[in-house]
Design a protein around this ligand. Structure first.
Ligand SMILES: Cc1cc2nc3c(=O)[nH]c(=O)nc-3n(C[C@H](O)[C@H](O)[C@H](O)COP(=O)(O)OP(=O)(O)OC[C@H]3O[C@@H](n4cnc5c(N)ncnc54)[C@H](O)[C@@H]3O)c2cc1C
Length: 277
């Protein structure tokens, strides 16, 4: 039987992130949470492995107490165990600290895993960094943005779309993948699943002490601080260019030559329309 771990993040179910300017952190208490869409695809991939190859699924999340909801959802969908890593010390953690904490919990609670499945990225900060960082922390082979996987013995074959071509890669267990949203369409939670999730299965809660992480480490963990989050308001300033086509174009080239140069990767300094003839 395979041991699978699915890392799941709870993200705000809102377009405008409620940001606390003072602490530079997200006011997660002000926004209802949901399971991060890409994590649903990672969980679906794990459920399909379980159905095809027989596996045990452990769902793990780091977040505030309310993040337990996404673990209940994972249990309802068919995960076997759930771990909530919850400590005020971890509030505002950056991706480095998040992957460090996840690594500690995995080493403590489920060290004999075969495959870790993460979502490719999250809907709130979208860094796509946690999966690869966790693989580094655990010294695992890893492939990001996979859309399909097959298992033969201890070998994992994955397919992914990179730029405009598809590639197929192989690696041995234990390994880590991040799952894109191309495939593994998430299933819906069945009613009996919800009952099961709330009836039997309990969520294991771990704090910094349980992970052997001191306040100092937790505080020092984050190397990046998010200073401000704001929605860019599109400001359209229309400029009407008038006159003969060549002089309009030359005026435009003059005005925007640096940006055009940067966009096409070569300087157009001093270039004029009739230069091209
Ligand atoms: C608007 C905003 C901008 C931010 N910018 C940065 C930044 O530039 N650099 C930085 O280091 N931090 C940043 N952060 C903090 C960052 O969101 C947290 O560190 C977060 O826990 C992980 O980063 P992510 O959401 O980008 O994850 P991603 O790397 O995009 O997540 C990929 C996958 O990793 C797993 N995962 C991620 N977080 C968790 C979790 N808490 N529990 C379990 N599994 C998880 C999930 O499977 C997820 O699908 C930002 C936060 C916000 C809200």
């Amino acid at each position: 039987m395979l041991n699978l771990i699915v890392c799941i993040k709870q993200v705000p179910m809102v377009a405008e992130l409620p940001w606390d300017e003072k602490t530079g952190t997200l006011r997660r208490d002000l926004a209802p949470g949901m399971m991060n869409p890409a994590c649903k695809h990672a969980l679906e991939a794990a459920l399909q492995i379980k159905e095809k190859y027989s596996a045990k699924i452990t769902a793990i999340t780091m977040g505030p107490p309310a993040a337990g909801e996404v673990l209940r959802e994972a249990l309802a969908l068919g995960a076997d165990e759930a771990i909530l890593i919850c400590d005020r010390l971890f509030a505002g953690s950056d991706t480095f600290a998040t992957s460090l904490v996840l690594q500690k919990a995995i080493k403590k609670k489920c060290p004999k895993f075969d495959l870790i499945l993460c979502g490719a990225y999250t809907a709130d900060s979208e860094t796509a960094q946690v999966g690869p960082q966790l693989a580094e922390e655990l010294k695992l082979p890893a492939v990001a943005y996979i859309e399909k996987l097959e298992i033969t013995g201890r070998t994992l074959r994955v397919r992914r779309l990179v730029d405009n071509f598809r590639e197929t890669l192989e690696m041995e267990f234990p390994a880590l993948v991040t799952v894109s949203m191309e495939n593994y369409k998430p299933r819906y939670t069945a009613l009996d699943g919800l009952e099961r999730a709330f009836a039997a299965k309990k969520i294991i809660v771990m704090n910094a002490t349980a992970l052997g992480l001191s306040a100092a480490v937790a505080a020092r963990g984050s190397r990046t601080k998010v200073r401000q989050v704001f929605l860019r308001k599109a400001q359209k300033g229309n400029v009407m260019l008038q006159g003969a086509a060549s002089s309009v174009v030359n005026d435009f080239l003059d005005k925007h030559q640096r940006r055009i140069g940067a966009a096409i990767g070569k300087s157009i300094e001093g270039k004029k329309l009739d230069d091209e003839k």
